[in-house]
Design a protein around this ligand. Structure first.
Ligand code: NAI
Length: 349
């Protein structure tokens, strides 16, 4: 048996809950990292893990990240995350979702779920038959909630603009060259917003057809996925995968700014210092990509409409500014400054 508290990613999590439902085949783990600021909020990942220990590591790491993200977004929510351990064929059934909904409900609101990788808004609707502690449900226009992607893109766009202002001294992105890795839900919406401002774009996506269609629509340049990380540009915006910034890739960057949506962009803690040492202005991922969680949290809390969501997303640049200012005055890497701020907010600083 794996003792979660002996794993390196265990960080005094308040609870790590294992759920099994033999009838439906559900195996799930829900990690509650912190409820200091409110109910632990974070999505459910439906994923096939070759080794169950990887699932525990994932949920421990991701739930801690949600504590930091929610705190820095100014939300009255703690941090949690769930993983459902799928079989190799990733078979998902209504009975399994119902069992998972009951598992969430059994925590009595200490954990609030939403979509993550492998889960859709339709799955959230199924889960909502069993528990009210769920968000990311389809909503009417004008309300908070629904697909978080476009709202995440809005926050990243505002964060990129703030980085351009700080790093390049430019008040708008006209003529600024932005390279975007991954043009899916978030990266695609970001590209459209920047194109409307007159930015020069270079795009790459593993889905070549998707990348080509967007490049044609926006008049952007297209490069391969192998080239995007070394494009000579003003800004690199990672909007695909995590762990893209490691010793080798950081050494090869040809940009002055890295600001994008992908979660966990830094492969290791040491990479925070590496990017700082290169003099690159880095927007900590969980600060710049908080638009989506702001959207679903306000839906869950019933606190405001779409206009309120946008007003809160508009505050992302000032949080980035505070981090960059402290980083500049202290000489400490921006990612480390952000972690310290978040730790203080959740009562662990
Ligand atoms: P998505 O699945 O819609 O888009 C990701 C895109 O990246 C896809 O088009 C995919 O083909 C492409 N891709 C995959 N591997 C690639 C590679 N090696 N090189 C270039 N492109 C590659 O996902 P979404 O929702 O746009 O999310 C993007 C990132 O932002 C993810 O890391 C996600 O965790 C993060 N994020 C998303 C949020 C949201 O609200 N959707 C919220 C916070 C973070």
């Amino acid at each position: 048996m794996i003792a979660p508290w002996s794993l390196p990613d265990f960080d005094d999590h308040e609870g790590v809950h294992l759920f099994r439902d033999a009838a439906s085949g559900l195996t799930a783990v829900i990690a509650v990292h912190s409820t200091h600021l409110g109910p632990a909020a974070g999505g459910t990942r439906f994923w096939h893990y070759a080794d169950p220990a990887e699932a525990i590591t994932d949920v421990l790491r991701l739930s801690r990240g949600m504590s930091f993200k929610n705190a820095m977004a100014g939300l009255p929510m703690g941090g949690g995350k769930a993983v459902i351990l799928a079989d190799p064929l990733r078979t998902k059934t209504p009975a399994m979702l119902a069992a998972f909904g009951r598992a969430v409900d059994s925590l009595g609101g200490r954990y609030v779920t939403a979509e993550d990788v492998g889960m859709s808004d339709a799955d959230m609707v199924a889960i909502s038959q069993q528990t009210k502690h769920v968000s990311g449900l389809p909503v009417a226009a004008g309300n908070a909630g629904g697909d978080p992607g476009p709202t995440t893109a809005l926050g990243v766009y505002l964060g990129v603009r703030a980085a351009i202002a700080r790093g390049l001294g430019k008040s708008d992105p006209r003529g600024v060259h932005v390279a975007i890795q991954g043009v899916g839900s978030v990266g695609g919406a970001l590209a459209r917003l920047l194109a409307a401002d007159g930015a020069r774009l270079t795009l790459a996506d593993a889905d070549a057809k998707r990348a080509r269609a967007l490049a044609d629509e926006l008049g952007a340049e297209l490069v391969s996925t192998g080239e995007i990380m070394t494009v000579e540009a003003d800004v690199l915006s990672p909007c695909a995968l995590g762990a893209v910034l490691d010793e080798r890739s950081i050494a090869a960057l040809q940009v002055g700014i890295v600001a994008g949506a992908a979660n966990n962009q830094l492969a290791t803690q040491a990479d925070a210092d590496r990017i700082h040492a290169r003099g690159i202005l880095y927007a900590p991922d969980y600060v710049i990509n908080a638009g989506g969680i702001i959207n679903v949290a306000l839906e869950y809390l019933g606190q405001g409409d779409r206009a309120e969501v946008e007003a809160r997303v508009a505050r992302i640049p000032e949080r980035l500014e505070a981090i960059w200012s402290e980083s500049a005055s202290s000489g400490v890497a921006a990612a480390v400054v952000a972690d310290r701020m978040a730790m203080r907010l959740i009562g662990r600083g």
